[in-house]
Structure formats: structure tokens, C-alpha cells
Design a binder for this molecule. Structure first.
Ligand SMILES: Nc1ncnc2c1ncn2[C@@H]1O[C@H](COP(=O)(O)OP(=O)(O)OP(=O)(O)O)[C@@H](O)[C@H]1O
Length: 264
């Protein structure tokens, strides 16, 4: 039996259709990424799965005894209530300090266990939330935009970490992301949501589908990750000027700022 099975799920809020006939399943060890534009219904779908949002039609079936670890979009730090990272984790399922340290170690931030929550960085906050979601050794991790507020290199690292956690624990992962290109290598299946599931499948197939392109456009690759290459039949001097008598016109074909430039 699948860890999670969603069939014919439809949600209306104040007469607006938020989710329409959603069907999908998640198996153990599978990473499924939900992408979609703002307001597409991604968080609403997660809330329906977690039992926090009533829906009008359809069914959410969980494998009997399934343990879910949930990571919300953001940590809401209460400035007037000082708390250490360890204390924050202790608010969750009953655990020893050692277990909490192990969870923090697994996500690479064991050094901040005694730090006040208010002082840790955005990237560290996301890792602490991930550690908390893992505390009860879940069968299914549900992650709502795990890389929110993390810089582009940190995002790639976080997705790698999620994949290695899946490899180690064999759990299923259901996560929301805004950027398919960033999660492509860490995803087995993509669901593209815009109130209904527009397309789904392996990331390579989804990025080529007409539905995906009509929503996201053809080129969404972040400039910091774009890997621009062109065939080089010339050399540059130390100032970047073209040698071997090549004209300025050739130089104008060099990449726009932000693209990396591979010299053969
Ligand atoms: N409780 C609510 N009352 C009224 N409208 C709601 C409620 N919850 C969600 N919505 C509406 O449902 C739509 C989908 O919201 P949802 O937060 O699920 O989208 P999302 O895909 O997660 O968006 P984002 O990427 O911006 O986080 C939005 O138009 C939102 O305003």
C-alpha cells in the first residue's frame, strides 16, 4: 500500500474552487515535489493531507500507523519569549537531549543546540525545522517550501540534504517548491499544480510539457545556476579583450551578467 493516496480531492473556499479533483500517491522512498504559482493551492493541499483543512470531495488515505514529520514554510520566532534551539525542539515529541543533538547533527547544525532561537540565521532556522520534522523518525516527511529564505547555494545544499535523509531513512518525501530547476536532481516525481494537476511525471518530462511551459515559461533557470557554454576558437588577454584578431562583434555574443562562462 502507498504511504499516502489522494483521490478526487476537491476544495472550495467561499465559493472559489481552490483544489479540483486531485489524484496522486506517494510510495516509501519516493520524493514527490509539488510546484505551482502563488495561490495555486499548494499549502491548502498540504493542510488537507494533514487534516487541518476540511474539503468537500474526495479522500486522503494514509497507510495505517503512518508517522508524518511536517516542516512548515517558516519558523515564527516570538521575540518576547526567549528560547534556545534545544528547548524549541523539546516542545515537539518527547525526546532526550541526545536525540535532539543527533537530529541537529544530521542536518549539520549541532553547534547551535544551546543558541537562542532569535539569534540563528534564516538558513539555520530551516535546518532546525527539518530536524524537528525528523525527530519522530517519520515514514513520510511533508515539507512546505523547505528552502524559503535560503540563498541560492544554500537551497541546493538543503535539497541535497533532503535527498540524503531519504536515502538513509527510506522515508517518502512530499515537498513544495517554487523552482523545479533547483529540485530537479532531488525529485523522482513532479506534480504541477494550478488548482488542478496540470501535468505530472519525471522532472525532465515535466519541464518539456506544454502545460509547464505555459505556466512557468521556457527559461526559468536562475542566472546563478545557469551554466553557459559556447565554442571558443579564440583567446582573451588579461583584460578580457579578444586576441587572434577576432572582432568586437564576436565578443558581443558573450553571456549576459550572471551566466557562467566556460572557456575551453
Ligand atoms: N482560509 C482561507 N480563506 C480564504 N481563502 C483562502 C484560505 N486558505 C486559502 N485561501 C485561498 O486559496 C488560494 C490558494 O492558497 P494557498 O496558500 O494554498 O496557495 P499556495 O499555492 O500555497 O500559494 P503560495 O505559493 O503563495 O504560498 C489563495 O487564493 C488563498 O487566498
Amino acid at each position: 500500500m502507498s504511504l499516502l493516496s489522494v483521490s478526487g480531492l476537491s476544495l472550495r473556499i467561499q465559493k472559489r474552487s481552490i483544489l479540483d479533483s486531485i489524484n496522486f500517491e506517494i510510495e516509501a522512498g519516493q520524493i514527490v515535489t509539488l510546484i505551482g504559482p502563488n495561490g495555486a493551492g499548494k499549502s491548502s493541499l498540504i493542510r488537507c493531507i494533514l487534516g487541518l483543512q476540511k474539503y468537500q470531495k474526495g479522500r486522503v488515505s494514509l497507510q495505517p500507523g503512518l508517522k508524518i514529520g511536517y516542516m512548515p514554510q517558516k519558523m515564527h520566532v516570538e521575540q518576547s519569549l526567549p528560547m534556545t534551539v534545544d528547548r524549541f525542539l523539546a516542545l515537539g515529541p518527547k525526546t532526550s537531549r541526545e536525540q535532539r543533538e543527533q537530529a541537529l547533527q544530521r542536518v549539520g547544525v549541532a553547534n547551535i543546540q544551546s543558541a537562542p532561537l532569535q539569534t540563528i540565521s534564516g538558513g539555520e532556522q530551516q535546518r532546525v525545522l527539518l530536524a524537528r520534522a525528523m525527530l519522530n523518525r517519520p515514514d513520510l516527511l511533508i515539507l512546505d517550501e523547505p528552502a524559503q529564505g535560503v540563498d541560492i547555494n544554500g537551497q541546493a545544499e538543503l535539497y541535497d540534504l533532503i535527498r540524503s535523509i531519504r536515502d538513509e531513512y527510506g522515508c517518502g518525501v512530499f515537498m513544495v517548491s517554487h523552482d523545479l530547476h533547483l529540485v530537479m536532481s532531488s525529485t523522482d516525481q513532479v506534480l504541477c499544480l494550478n488548482h488542478h494537476i496540470c501535468c505530472s511525471g519525471h522532472p525532465d518530462e515535466v519541464t518539456k510539457s506544454d502545460e509547464y511551459i505555459s505556466i512557468f515559461g521556457e527559461q526559468r533557470l536562475h542566472p546563478a545556476l545557469a551554466h553557459y557554454t559556447h565554442h571558443h576558437d579564440h583567446k582573451h588577454d588579461l583584460h578580457g579583450d579578444c586576441l587572434n584578431g577576432h572582432s568586437k562583434a564576436h565578443q558581443s555574443s558573450t553571456p549576459a551578467s550572471g551566466e557562467t562562462h566556460n572557456h575551453a
